[in-house]
Write a protein that binds this ligand. Structure first.
Ligand SMILES: Nc1ncnc2c1ncn2[C@@H]1O[C@H](COP(=O)(O)OP(=O)(O)O)[C@@H](O)[C@H]1O
Ligand SMILES: [Mg+2]
Length: 270
């Protein structure tokens, strides 16, 4: 909480945004000829320590956008700037969490979380100590030596969040990380993510299908149109933090959810 407040208070307008998308577009070459224009032109910024969500119709290009921000895919047009640095300069360390936890089944929780440390050839003892602290942070203390099949879906996602944090990324990119969970676990995980975000003081870009989840978690929600996608509107969420589930029944909360729903209906999706 304190760390996040500090992280946000230093996000002064004078400082370059953490990530800036300027006219970013993506056209895929289809397998049997022709082209699929996934993202038309998208421009927005993500501030230091900010929690930004993207909501939009299925197939509108959200994953495409996340992959471009993560450097896994080149934009067809436009540019993405990291911390005001010229394009092509070294990207900040990124942590990515996908919808499926994608843990290695033959590795324990601790061994899975330590994987990036091995890949980056960092000091093992230091890395393991950090991994153990992160496992505790995501609420998996005591499960270090369990295998993924011994964990529930929510616990597997916690392990993959810890693994994404172990490389100390400046930003966490999350692509529908709770999409495969049941409704109750999902609500619980949203609260947990808020706690983790506050104490780890990270910048987060979070893609979700759930409007309430987006409003509950975010500083700002980017609403996308149907494919080829553009930004329909960027909505600041001014609810106080820390937020609890009680807040989701408030009038302000309901109004913001209704507004986003109406934007999505206008794209013909709901
Ligand atoms: N590698 C690819 N080649 C061709 N088309 C793709 C590829 N990846 C995604 N698409 C198409 O681009 C559009 C956007 O996909 P995606 O970014 O996955 O959307 P979302 O995450 O919003 O559901 C979809 O129509 C999808 O079929
Ligand atoms: Mg997707």
């Amino acid at each position: 909480m304190v760390a996040a407040t500090i992280a946000r208070s230093i996000a002064t307008p004078a400082r370059a945004p953490f990530i800036a998308l300027d006219g970013v577009a993506k056209t895929y070459e289809a397998r049997f000829g022709g082209q699929v224009q996934a993202v038309e032109t998208v421009s927005f910024e993500i501030g230091h320590g900010e929690f930004v969500s993207i909501v939009g119709p299925s197939g509108c290009g959200k994953t495409t956008l996340l992959k471009m921000i993560g450097g896994l895919l080149e934009p067809s047009a436009g540019k993405i700037t990291y911390q005001g640095l010229a394009p092509g300069r070294k990207k900040p360390q990124l942590g990515i969490v996908f919808q499926d936890a994608v843990l290695l089944p033959w590795r324990t929780v601790l061994q899975n979380v330590c994987l990036p440390i091995e890949v980056m050839r960092k000091d093992r003892a230091e890395g393991e100590a950090l991994a153990r602290r992160l496992i505790e942070l995501v609420g998996l203390k005591g499960f270090e030596d369990k295998y993924p099949t011994e964990l529930s879906g929510g616990m597997q996602q916690r392990a993959s969040i810890a693994r994404a944090l172990v490389s100390d990324p400046a930003i966490l990119l999350m692509d529908e990380p709770f999409g495969a969970l049941d409704a109750l676990t999902r609500e619980y995980m949203a609260q947990e993510l808020q706690r983790i975000w506050s104490s780890a003081a990270k910048t987060v870009l979070f893609i979700t299908h759930s409007i309430t989840e987006a409003v509950f978690l975010s500083d700002r929600v980017v609403v996308m149109t149907a494919r080829p996608s553009r930004v329909a509107e960027i909505i600041p969420i001014d609810l106080p933090r820390p937020r609890d589930l009680q807040m989701t029944t408030s009038e302000v909360f309901g109004r913001q959810v209704a507004h986003i729903r109406s934007l999505l209906s206008a794209t013909g999706e709901l």
